[in-house]
Structure formats: C-alpha cells, structure tokens
Design a protein around this ligand. Structure first.
Ligand SMILES: *Cc1c(COP(=O)(O)O)cnc(C)c1O
Length: 404
C-alpha cells in the first residue's frame, strides 16, 4: 500500500447523547496513565479504592461491588444469568429497548420462563401489572430498567420493591443511565442487584459495568445447584479477583479502571446529592428552552422524565438526519436519534455527568436555533436560549455545573 495512513486526528465533539458522553479532561489524563500490570501489588491495592468509591456511588455496604469488564449490556447479562437456574421463572418490566434487552438475554437461559410485563414506550410499567403477573407463581427476580434511555423514562424503583417484597422476589435494577445522575440508594431501596455503565452519568469512557450484589442475592448465587452458563460473567469466580484473594480471572481494562477512579473522584468532589440536583436543574433549563422553540416533549408525564436523557418529537417540517448532521458538522454537537419504533420520530438529548453544565445547554440551544432556522423552520431566534437563561438567572453557578 503506497498511501500513508496519517496520525489519528479525531474531531472535538460535545457528546450530548445517551452515552457515551463527553468527559472531564482530568479523566483523559488518568486514561493516559502508564499501564501497571493487573497482578502488580500496587494495582491490586489501588482497585480497593475504586471499590470504595463504587460503594459510595451505589450507596451500599455490599461486599460484592466492582466493575465488570464489559459494557452496560455485559452488566445486563451478568445480572440475569447469575440468579437464573433451570426451571426458574422471572419477570422483566419492558418499556423500551434496554428493558427489552434484559428480557431477551434472560430468555436465552435454557429452560427458564421469563414473563414480560409491558408498557408503551414513553411510559412506566404499572407495578400492579407486575403484581398480577406474579400471582400464583414462584418468581426468582423482578427486573426493572431505572432509566430507559431509548425513551427518556425513569421508573419508580420503590414501587417495584414493594411488589417484589409481596411476592418474595429479588429486585434487579439496570442503573446504567442513572447512577450518579439521579437519586439511587441501593441499601435503602433494598435493591438486590444493581449495575451501571462507565460511559453514562459517571462520565468515564465506555468499557466497564459497575455492579453491586446484596446479601440475599449473594446467598442465592452461592447456593446455586448448577454452574452459571457463562464462564466470563460468573460473578462468584470474577469476584476472586475483586475479592480479598485478588487471584487472576481475566485481564481487566486497566486504563479504564484508572479513568473510572478519576471520574468517581470528581463525582465525590461535587457530592452525589449536589450532582443529582445539577442534573435536574440543567434538564429543567433544557426543557424550558426546547418548549420555547415549540418542540414537544416525548414523555407526557413530567414525573416520568429521566433527568439524564430528554426525548422530544422531531418537529414537523424538518428532517431528523439533516438536523443532526448539521449540528455535528457546524457545531461539533452530537445528539441521538430514536431507535426501534422511534427511529426518525424523536431526538434524545443526553445531559450526563460532565455534559450537564449550563454552558453546554446554552450552546446547544443556540446551535439548535440556528440549524432549525437553516432547515426552514420558523423559530424565533433567541427564544430557546432566553427561556433557559430565565431558568438559570437565579441559580448559583455551582448548582448548574460551572467549573473553574
Ligand atoms: C446504554 C445502556 C445500556 C447498554 O450499555 P452498553 O454500554 O451500550 O452496552 C443498558 N441499559 C441502559 C439503560 C442504557 O442506557
């Protein structure tokens, strides 16, 4: 080949998607840390700090808390293949793409019966429907997606915990899009197994899925009669590395562990509660701006709206792909389109971690106004930015994410 392949020069992007999101420069620096072997005593000690930080993020004292070497989908896989044994029945609440994924993965475990309790995309599953589905059955676990990023819907964990208690089931929660972005307290909310993803509100690169296993779930895993079908995702053996023995299981993505540690340090410099507040506040400003431009929210009930992902209908008169392409080419801003049945119908705007800052929201709204005007929509320039500014004008800079 005669043609030289040049140095990698990636464009700078503001990633306002449901993941991955843009990350703090400090996290990039941590990512560039020279490698240290995963069996090196320095490394095996350092990962204890990552586990301490993860327990704080999940708000738990669970011994079994560590990042799985896999994306968020690997977290889903681990969460469902570990508790399920042949003959078991489980319920998965399905109201979007990722909860659907949990049901699909669980259904692949041989000789199990997975009951799906569904709700239309854009809504939450009715806990009462779960109660009805569980009636007269022995249900191993109820699976819920806390923040459905395909639609921008948040589900009320406590209501599902109540049903799980009534029917004697464990509660499994997908917190990929919510951990560090919205209130979540694993111990107080009695979640038996909870997992997340590094590239969402934690604001680290993709590649790991933090998971935490409560005492009741741990007991279920320990008393399994059959081996877990997946060798890689078998939590009891992976824990040999992340537990006190630190014995080799597989090689973790060492650089991502460094990045995760720094991202979590940033989370706790601000404080979890302050971070939740910031995500909420910035979403309110974004929503005010979008509504002022005449853009309609996809999730009708305000209380169901996921603070980390706002979904809106693509306005009539513009084309989904062209708007997103111009935002990218002209302003370096990436927002996401719809997936599955919502392809071409909605936009999903992620405000996760580092992205959730007033300066990013104001920049995005200004860019969107320009693009919509160019694409032939009659918006009044400044209307969206103005509405967001009115939300921000009384807010303390720190509460909307201003960093020095
Ligand atoms: C992004 C996401 C996942 C999947 O994570 P990947 O890292 O893409 O595998 C799962 N669940 C939810 C709620 C998500 O937002």
């Amino acid at each position: 080949m005669s043609e030289q392949i040049g140095e990698l020069l990636a464009p700078y992007r503001l990633m306002m998607t449901p993941g991955p999101c843009s990350i703090d420069p400090r996290v990039y620096r941590a990512l560039a840390t020279p490698l240290v072997g995963h069996m090196d005593p320095w490394f095996t000690e350092m990962i204890g700090e990552v586990q301490v930080l993860l327990r704080r993020a999940f708000q738990t004292e669970n011994r079994v808390t560590f990042p799985i070497s896999a994306s968020g989908s690997g977290g889903i896989e681990a969460a469902v293949v570990n508790p399920l044994e042949p003959g078991d029945e489980a319920i998965v609440c399905v109201n979007g793409n990722f909860s659907e994924r949990m049901a699909v993965i669980a259904s692949r475990v041989p000789t199990t019966t997975i009951h799906r309790v569904e709700a239309p995309w854009g809504r939450t599953v009715d806990p009462n429907d779960v109660r009805k589905a569980a009636k007269g059955r022995k249900i191993k676990f109820i699976g819920v997606c806390h923040g459905e990023t395909s639609t921008g819907v948040i589900s009320p964990i406590d209501d599902f915990r109540k049903v799980a208690d009534e029917v004697g089931a464990l509660l499994v929660v997908d917190a990929v899009a919510t951990l560090c972005g919205t209130p979540l307290n694993v111990d107080r909310q009695k979640i038996d197994l909870c997992f997340s993803g590094t590239q969402k509100a934690i604001s680290a690169p993709p590649g790991m899925s933090p998971i935490t296993v409560g005492p009741r779930m741990e007991e279920v895993l320990r008393s399994r009669k059959t081996p877990v079908q997946s060798w890689y995702f078998d939590l009891t053996t992976t824990m040999n590395f992340w537990g006190k023995d630190r014995t080799y299981h597989h090689t973790p993505p060492i650089s991502i562990v460094f990045a995760l540690r720094e991202a979590l340090r940033i989370v706790f410099e601000e404080g979890l509660e302050a971070g939740w507040q910031r995500h909420r506040q910035n979403q309110l400003a974004l929503v005010a701006g979008l509504e002022a431009l005449g853009i309609e929210l996809f999730v009708p009930n305000e209380k169901d709206r996921l603070p980390t992902v706002t979904s809106v209908y693509v306005p009539k008169g513009v084309e989904d792909g062209r708007v997103r392409r111009q935002l990218l080419d002209e302003f370096g801003i990436e927002i996401a389109g719809g997936i599955g049945p919502l392809k071409g119908k909605i936009w999903r705007i992620g405000l996760m971690g580092y992205v959730s800052q007033a300066k990013h929201i104001l920049f995005f709204l200004a860019a969107l106004e320009k693009v919509l005007l160019d694409q032939g929509l009659s918006v009044s320039p400044g209307a969206g930015v103005g509405a967001a500014i009115r939300v921000y004008s009384h807010a303390e800079p720190a509460t909307v994410g201003h960093r020095s």
